[in-house]
Design a protein around this ligand. Sequence first.
Ligand SMILES: [Zn+2]
Length: 240
Amino acid sequence: MTEASSLMQVQELDLELLKCASALASMPQQERLKTIALAAKKVASELTGIIGQRKDAQIEIDDTRADLEHYREKTVEVQGLADAGEHTHREIRDFEQQLTSLAKRIEKCEFQLGPLTERLGRLERAEKNARLTGERLEKERAATEASLAEGSASLRARIVELTRERERASQGISAEHLAAYEKARKRFKGLAVERLVGNVPSVCRVKLQPSLFHDLAHGDEITECPYCHRILITSEEGQE
Ligand SMILES: [Zn+2]
């Protein structure tokens, strides 16, 4: 392999290495993981809110049941007092008033328990759904992480392979030309070497004047393009 073809090979390998690095940085799983993380955060925050409301609803029900029990006990107590012995009309009226008031309170508590229980049921269902969504997102996150690890593993392996090939190919290039290539590679963002195809350089495609072409064709095989200043290989592919 000539120095010129080694140079072309190194450039091809470097271009593929660039593609691999860019593919690694922009793997679709990266974007997906961000979306999943945002969704999981939203669900977690919703769940915290629902749990708070569910606990409040439970406390309200417990309090109402405790009140109800207290009013029922009180009713039994007042009824017992009313039933025991003789009472004046006024006493009887007081007992009746107390019992009426207790009956109203009991009715109110019983009435409240219906909507409160319904509300608790709604919140319990919402909590269950939020937990299921959280679990689903967690599974999706794990699967995406695994897919990313798998996908990036093959890319990383390819990068290692390309780097080794590049090392081998660059051994066929003089230190001077390699340094010129590295410099031109940065300047031209990868496409640092071009090759003559007839009398046209392959990258800038500015047709060489006949006298210039004659001079270049009879000079060094590796030179500089007079137009774009890339490294120019004057031999044609397969003819070096
Ligand atoms: Zn050129």
